[in-house]
Design a protein. Structure first.
Length: 303
């Protein structure tokens, strides 16, 4: 699979291919990393140059039945992706119908089912690993079986799915993988021993993927939600707990599912062509703040 078999890459090597792509009407630097390594860029692979390299490609979103996953599906569909949602929830079919997406019922820990799902996506250009689980358990009471279950869903499943998807994307010249991490992977939180550790590991896995998959034209990034306003969190946090969070968020509000989805859609798009190996916190400043948030919040609201 060598770049000199395609379009203006033909018969050229190294920087000659980069220059040819510059002349062909799209930024050579955008695909420099895999042009130099001998892999074709998506436009060459498709026999065209210019325009959006990932147009008419499929985006697979795990955990897509509701909340953040569904919002991501909406944003990707709006951006022109053919969206496939997967989830265990009974709400999956209605969620997919609402946004005009395809759907596949499946458990992300079922390796054979995930292999078949990825193989069914003919033009896979993006994978969003959004499925996840959590429990709130004191450290001294953490049961090993619960720990292993959380690691299986939050870490092992994204690893396996990303391996499958990357092989598929490489055949098409590249793509994008976004892992939904968490600010719990950036800073410790009470009762989040297993969940926070799984997300911290996922953040590092994202960087490792970015390093090794760059030569294949595959970008890998994470999006780390902070406190998000969803039906689940509205039922989970009472008013006192919500107010405690708000006092620690400089923007003085929970993020919306749309906030998270917009970050994911951007990272899946060609607009993020030079962004890989990053973990973007979408949290209203929560992970950046220390002492004095209530003071700062009140500075411009005094009578």
């Amino acid at each position: 699979m060598r770049a000199d078999r395609y379009g203006p890459c033909r018969g050229l090597s190294g920087f000659g291919r980069v220059a040819a792509h510059d002349r062909a009407g799209h930024p050579g630097g955008q695909w420099r990393h895999h042009l130099l390594s001998g892999f074709p860029c998506p436009p060459c692979r498709a026999g065209r140059h210019g325009g959006e390299a990932l147009k008419n490609r499929t985006a697979l979103v795990t955990g897509g039945a509701g909340g953040i996953g569904k919002a991501i599906g909406v944003a990707l569909k709006r951006d022109g992706w053919d969206v496939v949602l997967t989830d265990l929830s009974d709400n999956l079919e209605s969620a997919a119908a609402e946004i005009g997406a395809d759907f596949r019922h499946g458990n992300v820990t079922d390796r054979e089912a995930m292999r078949a799902m990825v193989e069914s996506c003919d033009r896979l250009g993006a994978l969003v690993n959004c499925a996840g689980i959590a429990t709130l358990t004191p450290f001294l009471e953490m049961d090993l079986a619960v720990w292993q279950r959380i690691m299986e869903v939050n870490l092992n499943a994204p690893l396996h799915l990303s391996q499958l998807a990357a092989r598929r994307m490489a055949e098409l010249g590249g793509g994008a993988i976004v892992n939904i991490t968490s600010i719990s992977g950036l800073r410790a939180g009470a009762l989040r021993t297993a969940y926070g550790t799984s997300k911290a590991a996922l953040i590092h896995l994202t960087r490792q993927m970015a390093l090794e998959l760059a030569p294949l034209g595959i970008r890998c990034n994470g999006v780390a939600p902070g406190p998000v306003d969803t039906e689940l969190t509205r039922g989970h946090y009472d008013e006192a707990a919500r107010n405690e969070y708000l006092r620690a968020i400089p923007q003085d509000r929970f993020s919306s599912t749309e906030d998270i989805a917009e970050a994911v859609a951007f990272l899946c798009s060609d607009r993020a062509a030079s962004i890989t190996g990053q973990n973007l916190a979408v949290d209203g400043g929560y992970s950046s703040a220390g002492l004095g948030v209530p003071t700062a919040q009140g500075m411009y609201h005094q009578a």
